[in-house]
Design a protein around this ligand. Sequence first.
Ligand code: CP
Ligand code: NVA
Length: 318
Amino acid sequence: LAGFEGKHFISIDKLSNEELRGLLDLSKKYRDTYGKNATVDPVTAPKPLTGKSVSMIFQKRSTRTRVSTETGMNLLGGQALFLGPSDIQLGVNESMRDTALVLSRFNSIVLARVFSHNDVLELSKHATVPVINALSDMHHPLQTLADLMALEDHFGDLKGKTLAWVGDGNNVLHDLMLGGAKLGMNIRIATPVGYDANAGVIETTKKLGAENGTEDVFLTTVASEAVKGSDVVVTDTWVSMGQESEYEKRVKEFDGYQVNASLMKHANPGAVFLHCLPRHPEEVSDEVFYSEQSLVFPEAENRMWTVMAVMAAQLGKL
Ligand code: CP
Ligand code: NVA
């Protein structure tokens, strides 16, 4: 991970395969060192980020991203500052550019959850310290690291495994398809008409898939077609943050896309289920969400090990 020092973490396609591998391995190492089963005394556990800090700009709500980053930074010896939408001048009184230049003088890393992906690009253009994209309308790369970690814990090597996405062609899907393709997974996607994944991200995924020996990306509007022959079924909310006014329209147009026991029957025996959370019953039944097949809570826990790995690697202090 030597080459990752000082780099921004904006979307999964910007990582080399070696960087992706290194971040997943470091995440597992941190779980061994700081997790519930660790044998190390927390008092004497290494604190490689002592004296470091991350400021966390949140334009939207968060449970996992906020708590995992604050707690994880603390475990590594550093400090995290939560900056909610009404805590700082940004957006009301101050530009992203000026915010980037100022926070870079105080903090070692700036993390941001924004509406428009352009905002995180603007932040990374002007910040003089590494930036972490903590979710934009286009990308959610931290989530993908946690998802791939959960899948590797379950399956081991993911090369040749098949991942099916059923639902909205959104931010969470974008990085997951990019990251899955990098690790050699076949990608199958079912989205309703008008809710497709971004065309550019599909193209990049096809290219990464070809480089890593996967089948071509399979696109359909029929949920059971995508799930056929898959080892992993993934969905997310049909109504992302910022789309609340479209709730009724979306719920109508996503009819038939719920992941439930009858849909899971089309997957391979032993298939597992993922969801980034927060979850609503319309996109996944309780029966699947709380089943033995569901990895959603280890997946959520991994958000902490993976963001710790990203921050330590950006600061070159593992
Ligand atoms: N999965 C995820 O990013 O959750 P939060 O919105 O709670 O951070
Ligand atoms: N797609 C969802 C993910 C939440 C973690 C959203 O953007 O709101």
